[in-house]
Design a protein around this ligand. Structure first.
Ligand code: ATP
Length: 334
């Protein structure tokens, strides 16, 4: 399916120059509450998303992605730095920004008293469309998103994927300049996720600027033109997926777990030109290699020579996962 709602471009209808989203040293510290200390959820994030781009904030749970999206969509008040959306300041112009953006949150926030179509029409009316225009726009989106069979359905009796499509339609009712999606495919099965990816790709091909958060590496790789990798409230690296892979995560990462301390032979690997680094933690050895040929075999052979068995082994080719490993020294956990 190719979704390209007509009104999803900037209001001037063209390739408006400039940023759709900008953040400079953006910060949010949630205050202490009772025994809970304050939480520095976002600790100085810089972003610059041009119009028309598909941009992703990628990071594990708790990295600060939702808080960042919350500030950009004016729901969370920053405690430091600044941010603008469509050239408008998120603190000074929240009402005007809300007119210019669409937001799809993680949870189903559709109105259970209304059908799918009524949810859309209600949103259209809220944004000032006449009843006739709201119905026409809702029909158009329902058709585009393959929801015709569900137009009279209750949004809480639909599958997760169908409800998410209705939420995306609702967010598009007023032709927003920027569409924000917070973890749009979290909890969906792989087939439904792939279908939603097609929907989102179609939207972007129609000119829609999209900012999404995800903790799925493969989602960011599949959809985003540029990605910011976030962890502990900070951007660790940003760029196109290829740039990121060619930079921090250019190596293949070979990890071997032994059933005892790493055998002495593995230290020698670090001297080789094609090996960037070797990390040894107890019985685990992780080798970052520009050329991985033969490395895994050598790690197994070193173990056998020292009478140490291998309990686990993996080899990751350069990907966002190796980028994350290289940047943080930690494996990426969803
Ligand atoms: N309202 C709040 N009050 C206090 N702490 C919060 C609040 N909202 C989030 N946090 C904390 O801020 C940190 C960042 O959370 P945030 O939800 O922004 O991360 P995330 O990357 O979106 O993770 P997830 O995908 O799990 O939502 C976490 O430690 C979280 O517990």
């Amino acid at each position: 399916m190719t979704a390209s709602p007509r009104t999803a471009r900037p209001p001037d209808g063209g390739d408006a120059p400039g940023s759709a989203v900008r953040a400079v040293d953006l910060r949010k510290t949630y205050p202490a509450s009772g025994p809970r200390p304050e939480v520095p959820a976002v600790q100085g994030i810089d972003l610059d998303v041009p119009r028309g781009e598909f941009f992703g904030l990628l990071g594990p749970n708790g990295a600060g992605k939702s808080t960042t999206i919350g500030m950009l969509t004016t729901l969370v008040v920053p405690t430091g730095g600044s941010a603008s959306v469509c050239g408008l300041d998120v603190v000074k112009d929240p009402v005007e920004i809300k007119r210019r953006i669409g937001v799809v949150s993680q949870n189903n926030t559709l109105d259970s008293d209304l059908t799918a179509a009524e949810n859309l029409e209600f949103r259209g009316r809220f944004f000032g469309l006449s009843a006739k225009d709201a119905r026409r726009r809702a029909d158009e989106l329902i058709e585009l998103f393959g929801l015709a069979e569900h137009r009279k359905g209750n949004p809480f009796e639909m599958s997760g994927g169908q409800a998410k499509r209705v939420m995306i339609c609702r967010a598009l009712m007023h032709g927003p300049e920027v569409l924000f999606l917070d973890e749009p495919t979290a909890g969906l099965d792989p087939q439904t996720r792939a279908n939603l990816w097609d929907v989102l790709r179609g939207l972007q091909q129609g000119g829609q600027t999209i900012v999404l958060t995800t903790h799925y590496m493969e989602e960011a790789e599949a959809l985003c033109e540029r990605v910011a990798v976030v962890d502990h409230g900070k951007v660790l690296a940003s760029g196109t997926v290829d740039e990121l892979k060619a930079g921090a995560g250019a190596d293949t990462v070979i990890t071997v777990a032994y059933d005892a301390d790493a055998p002495p032979g593995v230290h020698a690997l670090a001297d080789r030109d094609t090996i960037t680094k070797v990390e040894i933690t107890g019985g685990q050895v992780r080798v970052f290699a520009a050329d991985p040929e033969g490395v895994l075999g050598e790690l197994v052979a070193s173990g056998a020579k020292a009478g140490v068995g291998v309990t686990d082994a993996s080899q990751l080719r350069p990907s966002l996962e190796t980028v994350f490993l290289t940047l943080t020294g930690r494996e990426y956990r969803e």
